[in-house]
Design a protein. Structure first.
Length: 202
């Protein structure tokens, strides 16, 4: 059993990315994992000022809700970041939280897999790429961690619109992972009716 921490970064109530996070949580719980969702809505997370004191003290000199969230990140086996796409990027709330998680870089963190979830009004393939690239850049700074999967649901705008009659793309970095996810999703969604397919570059 893994400890899974999902950080939902939309500040809008009943946000589509929040619903995607909840769906991910349901699947992880069904697989037997210990899951917690933390919403950044109504949280106080100040901007990182780049002083790098945390690289010596393993903690930020500022004390707000980022302290508690960062501690949860430290002890999670799996991290999941859920974000709406704003101007083709991750939400400002998520970027600020990732910056404030800088003390983790010099800590004995447990997480080894990171997933990114995103929703947007547009549904073109390029829409989430910059947001996912930013999250990937954060993950690349942690030697023990890898970006295990990217989930994008486009073509939705109004709050609580997700996800009937929509297409969902799951982007993974390797062909092996693509086949593994394809098999898992095919089995789990068998009784729900959606069509599951896989596209590989080979």
């Amino acid at each position: 059993m893994k400890k899974v921490l999902i950080i939902s970064s939309s500040l809008r109530k009943n946000a589509n990315s929040e619903q995607l996070a909840a769906s991910f949580a349901d699947g992880a719980k069904a697989a037997g994992h210990d899951v917690e969702i933390v919403s950044l809505r109504d949280k106080e997370v100040k901007f990182c000022i780049g002083c790098f004191v945390c690289q010596k003290t393993k903690r930020c000199f500022m004390h707000d809700d980022a302290d508690v969230i960062r501690e949860k990140m430290l002890h999670a086996d799996v991290l999941v970041f859920a974000t709406p796409i704003y101007y083709y990027e991750m939400s400002g709330a998520l970027k600020t939280m990732l910056d404030r998680a800088n003390p983790l870089f010099v800590s004995d963190y447990r997480f080894h897999k990171v997933y990114a979830l995103a929703t947007a009004a547009e549904d073109a393939e390029y829409v989430p790429q910059k947001a996912f690239s930013g999250i990937e850049g954060w993950v690349d700074c942690f030697e023990k961690a890898e970006l295990a999967g990217l989930f994008f649901c486009g073509g939705i705008n109004d709050a609580a619109e997700a996800f009937p009659a929509k297409q969902v793309a799951v982007l993974v970095p390797t062909t092996v992972l693509a086949q593994q996810h394809f098999q898992t999703f095919s089995e789990r969604f068998l009784s729900f009716g959606p069509t599951v397919d896989v596209i590989c570059r080979f």
